[in-house]
Design a protein around this ligand. Sequence first.
Ligand SMILES: [Cu+2]
Length: 652
Amino acid sequence: MKKYITLSLVSCLVGLTFISCNKSKQNNKGALSSNAAEKVYVAPGEYDEYYGFFSGGFSGQLSVYGLPSGRLFKVIPVFSQDPEKGYGYSEETKPMLMTSHGFIPWDDSHHPDISQTNGELDGRWIFINGNNTPRIARIDLEDFSTAEIIEIPNSAGNHSSSFVTENTEYVVAGTRFSVPIPQRDIPIKEYKGNFKGSLSFIKVDQQSGEMDLAFQIQMPGFNYDLSHPGRGKSHGWFFFTTYNTEEAHSLLEVNASQNDKDFIAAVNWKKAEEYIKAGKGKKMPAKYAHNKFDNATHMATHTMKEEVLILDASEFPDLVYLLPTPKSPHGCDVDPSGEYIIGNGKLSANLTVHSFTKMLDAIEKKKFDGEAYGLPILKFEDVLAGVVEQPGLGPLHTEFDGKGNAYTTFFISSEVVKWKLGTWEIIDRKPTFYSVGHLMIPGGNSRKPDGKYLVAMNKITKDRYLPVGPDLNHSAQLYDISGDKMELLLDFPTIGEPHYAAAIKADKIKDKARQIYKLDENKHPYAAKSPAETKVTRNGKEVHIYMTMIRSHFTPDNIEGIKVGDKVYFHVTNLEQDFDVPHGISMLGANTAELLVTPGKTETFVWEPKQVGVWPFYCTDFCSALHQEMQGYVRVSPADSTLPLSWSLDDE
Ligand SMILES: [Cu+2]
């Protein structure tokens, strides 16, 4: 019967005329009891138990939801311009989006991971990768804003990223696509041997959180799909799934699916540190951007780095070992004890679980089964802990509840399957609606998962919501996993592709969330910290307006002496020192977004007036009963006008 349900669901999913999965829908409706509604109901004025951070996928951002309610609190702009907050439009934040390829206003953000101390989430920072133009961002969880972005050289697709080691020693990034290293003009057909992968270890300063690319490990020209750190007994190791060990360069859906087994690459990063310390790393020229936001000046800086330190894995036979894993493994997940490494072969009927202890033993006894580009290959049987037999179709990712159970998503059979670590028996399965990718359990990538809820992130929504045209938002589904059987509680739409997520108990963050920026600590060079400091200055065609905003006026609000052809910088300081009183500003005809200036901050936008006239600006964020009065005018005269600059508030 179970099989029949699975099969009918599959045919429902892959059917050419997908009208609606009525049968499964009806079944599902019946399963939702009023009890489920109570479990996700957070009464007005009450707080959620968890912060959930969902990647925006092709939106390039990171969104913050409350769990269990599924309420959206904020979209944090990371890799993409965001007109709602002026991120990537303001002069202060534009440098955050600079790369070695120039200004890039977009990326594809995939895997958020929260910083850890002793293998437990500590809620200081959250890291996330940009896939397309390889980058790693650090978001400060004090003010929920992007603090730093570092570009990853010698990388492409940046998919096996960004996962942190258990004391946040490193945030680790791995290339998905192999490329010529260094980049050069060669025929694509010469892929084999010339294209290389790279795994990047980015050191994190424990005080400031600042990132620095410590070293890269150069790898064979495979694809590196996902990764996770060792923890507990396997702390010091990092595990990456590989596919395309065939080293195909075209029609990968066929040509990269030839080998019966690909590998999980086990990287001994403590050993890499030793080699680096001993001076074995090779310096290689590489151009990559390092962008930081400074909360004192309220400005980002962009610098280019020139060099990277590389260890070529083929030259160090005890640095990386290859664990054969069937077939084109995608997810690579390590259980809370650090013993089990789960490889989910997308094209495999079974789940493969490797044993860290057996791996060490096989390495100790040098039981190798050949090598690939100098990297020793271990024997499948020697490292195998167990197999979960035929759990579903198209396994992708596994997370853990900290109670000895694992949960794996199956894309094709569209379900989450619960199974037991050690006995490998299947305990429960529940459908997802539809085609689940990642799943997330709060603390799932740590020594201490919080096994109360599980969130499945679904790629296809089809008939789940009211139709709004040919595409629907992706969905997240919340399951209660506190009992033996999983229970579906809630289904909520998400922004972009919620590729992966991370969640943490709200208590670990909420009381240290910043409410204002102190005005007397504002070091912005163009800040006006009181109306008395406001002014307008001219240097040739460049005009700087030092402006303040407070409920419910701008100072100054009348400006004259601006000319067509000028480049006018509005430097606007929000004088409010009260929680949640931002003001916005926008100028008619400005080729940019509004600014949303939070209390105590200074931000800048540029306006290049093209027409003579008197043009208004106004506050874009409803701030008080007299918000509609919060406005001003700028008089623009012809380019050859001799009218001097003047500015005033209430004609004074
Ligand atoms: Cu206002």
